[in-house]
Write a protein of this length. Structure first.
Length: 399
């Protein structure tokens, strides 16, 4: 199937359009200001979307949705088609930990690395605390491109293992040096960034969030309708925006007759998007306090999140580490082991309650528990166990 992508358009002012190639990875050159870098969106020839696109059989791999994605020039790894699991109270969990590198970032990187291949980039470069770097390294390796990953020296062992296995060049400079170094790699080596290189708000890769639209497609097809609400862990807002756009497209194409309210769940120690919404700003910068939710503790927000909440009638919420930990434990008790950041959506739903009663609520779980920093600290001391000890342990477990 052929991509129907036609152009890059300014998210701030959709009448401002740019050619589809090359990807404008530093934001819109027309609408961005010295204070705020505004991201770009991808437009499509929606009139030519195949009538049977949403009737075709489910399948792993984003090729299933090629007409509504930018060109998929890089080979995939069977990403997508993740399960939708129903909890006892009727809440649904979209489990993105089942992707090839155990997180939702595989969807973004299939699309972003494809853009690098199609535009002739010599390699890719990414800044990531964990999931994004692991996925970028995997898809770069699959495409035969070198990959540079800027990450924290305290990254979880599972992430470090991924990066080593995929042959990425791993750099851990001081945080303030990361984006200047990324820009030099882009300028001098011809690598394409698949994460943000801008300092004044988050822009990211213009093609990447398109991969997240497929989460919305899968949810709607499995439920047979759009849910009433969707609750997502939120850092820079790319996932929030991509899923929202997917539901808007479904309504535009007549596949569903409604768009769910989207709820961004941020750690209480940060909450940049929550601050932007509360103050009426397009973006916000906030101090970040201590939190175990390292994957979403972003000090700066992006305009995509504001747009997603405005267009869906949703809201931004914050949750504490305790609330995320409780949600993580609830999911584990149901057989779903996720990273603590990934439990933020369910934590938000439990803390703030569902606002809608006209349909199901879906919480997106983004990443496996293997990605938690806490996992590495869990050890089991050897012990000489007698039967009495085993019996006591089992009795406690049975309650």
């Amino acid at each position: 199937m052929t991509s129907l992508a036609t152009a890059q358009r300014a998210l701030l002012d959709p009448t401002v359009r740019h050619p589809l190639w090359p990807p404008l990875t530093a934001g819109c050159p027309v609408t961005s200001t010295e204070e705020v870098a505004y991201p770009l969106d991808i437009d499509y020839d929606y009139d030519r979307v195949p009538a049977d696109l949403f009737a075709r059989p489910a399948a792993h791999g984003l090729e299933r949705w090629a007409p509504l994605l930018p060109p998929l020039a890089a080979p995939g790894l069977g990403e997508g088609d993740t399960p939708l699991v129903r909890l006892a109270d009727g809440v649904w969990i979209k489990d993105e930990s089942r992707n090839p590198t155990w997180s939702h970032k595989d969807r973004l990187n299939r699309v972003a690395v494809s853009a690098a291949v199609a535009s002739g980039a010599r390699g890719i470069v990414v800044s990531s605390s964990g999931n994004h770097g692991a996925a970028a390294a995997a898809y770069a390796a699959r495409a035969g491109l070198p990959c540079v990953v800027f990450t924290s020296p305290f990254a979880p062992p599972a992430v470090a293992s991924h990066l080593r296995a995929y042959g990425a060049t791993v750099l851990t400079p001081p945080r303030e040096s990361v984006r200047p170094l990324m820009r030099r790699i882009v300028e001098e080596f011809g690598y394409q960034p698949v994460s943000s290189v801008t300092d004044t708000a988050h822009t990211g890769h213009p093609f990447g969030p398109e991969g997240y639209k497929t989460i919305a497609y899968e949810i709607a097809l499995e439920l047979g309708r759009a849910p009433a609400s969707v609750h997502l862990p939120t850092g820079y807002g790319e996932l929030l925006y991509g899923v929202t756009k997917g539901f808007l497209e479904l309504a535009r194409l007549g596949v569903t007759d409604s768009v769910p309210r989207m709820y961004a769940a941020e750690p209480a120690s940060a909450g940049a998007l929550t601050t932007a919404v509360r103050t009426g700003a397009d973006t916000a910068r906030v101090p970040v306090g201590p939190t175990a939710a390292y994957a979403i503790d972003c000090e700066i927000s992006g305009y995509r999140g504001v747009v997603a909440l405005r267009e869906s009638g949703g809201a931004a919420r914050t949750v504490t580490d305790r609330q995320m930990s409780d949600a993580q434990a609830e999911l584990a008790a149901q057989g779903l082991w996720c990273e603590i950041s990934s439990a933020a959506g369910l934590a938000s739903l439990r803390a703030h309650g569902p606002q809608e009663t006209d349909g199901p609520a879906v919480c997106v779980v983004t990443s496996s528990g293997y990605k938690d920093t806490a996992t590495a600290r869990e050890t089991y001391a050897p012990a000489d166990l007698e039967w009495a000890d085993v019996k006591a342990l089992l009795s406690r477990a049975e309650g």
